[in-house]
Design a protein around this ligand. Structure first.
Ligand code: FES
Length: 67
């Protein structure tokens, strides 16, 4: 699903950016161009980034507990 229509950025790309270390909307803007045009994607892009970062943290924590 497209999150940023102006820059044709998908939810999948935002999740990949989070996995690669994106921490903020500023990171998404730098890496993908999110919010660089109309800005109407900011709220949902941030929500998507936060969810992806939470999932990454939970996976890392589960990995630590399994070892
Ligand atoms: S929808 Fe992302 S900048 Fe317009």
């Amino acid at each position: 699903m497209y999150i940023c229509v102006c820059m044709a950025v998908t939810e999948h790309q935002i999740r990949q950016a989070a996995q690669a270390g994106a921490h903020s909307l500023r990171d998404l803007r730098r890496d993908l161009g999110v919010t660089s045009e109309c800005g109407s994607c900011a709220t949902y892009a941030k929500k998507c980034l936060d969810e992806a970062r939470d999932a990454k943290r939970k996976a890392a924590k589960a990995g630590r507990l399994a070892t």
